[in-house]
Write a protein that binds this ligand. Structure first.
Ligand SMILES: Nc1ncnc2c1ncn2[C@@H]1O[C@H](COP(=O)(O)OP(=O)(O)OP(=O)(O)O)[C@@H](O)[C@H]1O
Ligand SMILES: [Mg+2]
Length: 248
């Protein structure tokens, strides 16, 4: 059974066609990385998988079940098997770090406090945030918020992790820590989709790298295959070359 299957997804916002018939499949235990330029539709793709957006055409399947166009009750049941790290962290500003991370365990799973505490501390330890339990998101740096967001996504040990820019805004050492965390969860059999601009991270964690361009995936290969790609669009992206004149 595939963990994620996107079947010919089309999605437009007004006149802007963002996804123009994308297909994607993720097998159990695999880590797939999506790369592509800013504004190309990477976050939109993840939001389809977690059922925050529905496609105009096509189907989204997670764990073999349809996610799109389902009642909220069914989506929520499927979402319990998915941990998502949002691009902006999306923490609750009015809750402490501890309560942010424990929220789903308490509210959705109905766990008792001592069990919640044990698991929250385990998750905070994984991301190196022990000692910040009582702080509010506004008291944290961007990188710290990111790590709390990761702890919150993995605290209920979901089968599938979706990471939207997990290393953005982190220093190289923290980025390495997150890469190792992604690899560790993979070694525990978890499946993952990682959206990133950080090629070092992509090469480190990916089994497969897919590049999104003009509404389609234009590559699906191993890090080695992407690195050696002779597709000019892929080359321009991985070499970080901007084209055209700069008007000052
Ligand atoms: N809810 C929405 N309503 C209208 N337009 C949207 C919505 N969400 C995304 N878009 C548009 O869809 C396009 C793709 O957005 P998306 O956030 O997926 O980009 P991205 O590839 O994740 O970029 P970045 O690397 O900057 O995060 C953009 O043009 C964006 O403005
Ligand atoms: Mg994005």
């Amino acid at each position: 059974m595939l963990v994620v299957e996107l079947r010919h997804i089309k999605k437009a916002f007004g006149k802007r066609l963002v996804l123009n018939g994308i297909d994607l499949s993720l097998e159990k235990g695999q880590t797939l990385v999506i790369i592509g330029c800013s504004g190309i539709g990477k976050s939109v793709t993840l939001k389809h998988i977690i059922g925050l957006l529905d496609p105009d055409e096509g189907e989204v399947l997670v764990f073999g079940e349809r996610m799109s166009y389902q009642p909220e009750k069914i989506r929520n049941r499927l979402r319990l098997k998915i941990g998502m790290v949002f691009q902006n962290g999306a923490l609750f500003d009015f809750l402490t770090v501890y309560d942010n991370v424990g929220f789903v365990l308490k509210e959705k799973y109905g766990w008792k406090e001592d069990k919640v505490k044990e698991r929250v501390m385990w998750a905070l330890d994984l991301v190196g945030m022990i000692g910040s339990e009582d702080k509010y998101p506004s008291e944290l740096s961007g990188g710290m918020r990111k790590r709390v967001a990761i702890a919150r996504a993995l605290v209920y040990e979901p089968e599938l992790m979706l990471y939207d820019e997990p290393t953005a805004g982190l220093d190289p050492i923290r980025s390495d820590m997150i890469n190792r965390l992604i690899l560790k969860l993979k070694s525990m059999g978890r499946s993952a989709i990682v959206v990133t601009h950080d090629l070092n991270s992509a090469y480190t964690v990916a089994d497969r790298i897919c590049m999104l361009h003009n509404g389609r995936f234009i590559t699906d290969g191993t890090p080695e295959e992407i690195r050696n790609s002779d597709n000019p669009i892929v080359r321009q992206f991985i070499e970080g070359r901007a084209e055209g004149p700069i008007a000052l």
